[in-house]
Write a protein that binds this ligand. Sequence first.
Ligand code: PLP
Length: 461
Amino acid sequence: MNIDKNLLEKWDKEYIWHPYTQMKEYRESKNLIIERGEGNYLIDIYGNKYLDAVSSIWCNLFGHNRREIIEAIKNQADKICHSTLLGCGNVPSILLAKKLIDITPKHLTKVFYSEDGAEAVEIAVKMAYQYYVLRGDKGRTKFISVKEGYHGDTFGAMSVGGSELFHGVFKPLLFKGYHANPPYCYRCRYYNFKDTDERNEKGCNMECLNEMINLIEKHADEVFCVILEGGVMGSAGMIPFPDGYIEEVAKACKENDIIFILDEVATGFGRTGKMFFCDNEKLKKLEKPDILCLGKGITGGYLPLAATLTTDEIYNQFLGEFGESKQLYHGHTYTGNQLLCSAALATLEIFEKENVIEKIQPKIDLLHRELRKLKELEHVGDIRGKGFMVGIELVKNKETKEPYPYGYKAGYRVAEKLLEKGVYMRPIGNVIIICPPLSITKEEIKYLCNALYEAIKEADL
Ligand code: PLP
């Protein structure tokens, strides 16, 4: 089909309301319209190629046209595209549930499907709340999380999140909880480290963790869950939790009989260099998290699937006679859809067959090594993250860490320069986000880091 490119651009501006986009500005500027993908590259309607430095928002794992995933979707489509999971099973959802149970810590034994990360979190929150209600513990209506945490854009997910910028306007409508200050080492409230690297070299007493533990102990009787992201606060600007922080929070939850939800929507499936953050001896010993949220990379970034995994302890509370109405009344039309589950099965098969986690380690080391060079640039304040989740915070003044005003769009200025060099990058405010597919090659990593160095310089911040 030969489609008029100008018309596509015009209709895109005329009819589509883009997410997280100031449409006034979008309509006034040149729009990038992707037509196809080739490996780690996006290709626009004019045939221009862009290295996908953010994995199409942190979900693409093995590039854009892995035959195995596509074939799995096609083969499934030939059998059936969709039938309901409401009181009825389907083959790929069963096989995938078994696989997910096999590859996550063994205390997690049940899988509840959904389509997006936010929904996986909604389900986790509902499970946790109703668990206590069913246990006869009805006074628990609050949660604990961290400021600037992000768990998605639906109301439950916004409530347990803490993004002032994204969700502040909805505050009067959100349910209430307690937010600890985030472990944001670059802008720590207790120490004045030059950057996150300096904090990691020197260590600290983790006063931020004490704040969190105090909140848990103080409000234990009224809280139904503590929720954290799995090792890196992605949308806050790729802020890594200091080593040991999450484990200590899990321990405090265990001691205070509070459900601990770990949101690995962004960090799961190899993104931080491990299959999952909860693949962690201390957490396994504690049998935490009680609930695990997965999404994004679960289908290799091909189709929207998410999953909420939990324990027998929680699941069993929901068992009873039909008339007791203990069932979890949550579900969507496409819950457990066959095409999505088939894509996920093919993705997990690639992990197994290709020893992916082992293979990405040298590439992760290379990325972090190459990015070090950026430190000498005048406006690069902090370089942080884990694995293939990296944030580079741009500052107006490196000495004082003075941030750029939001409207200055420092990150977007760099993104524009990167696009000219054939790299697609979507920043978050003043933070450049580097979150490439796990399949990025060493040559591409070098190209990306060099292009970024030049782009920051050329952006004339
Ligand atoms: N949880 C975390 C940690 C995320 O980073 C995100 C999205 O970035 C979500 C949940 C929401 O996922 P989705 O955009 O698929 O709803």
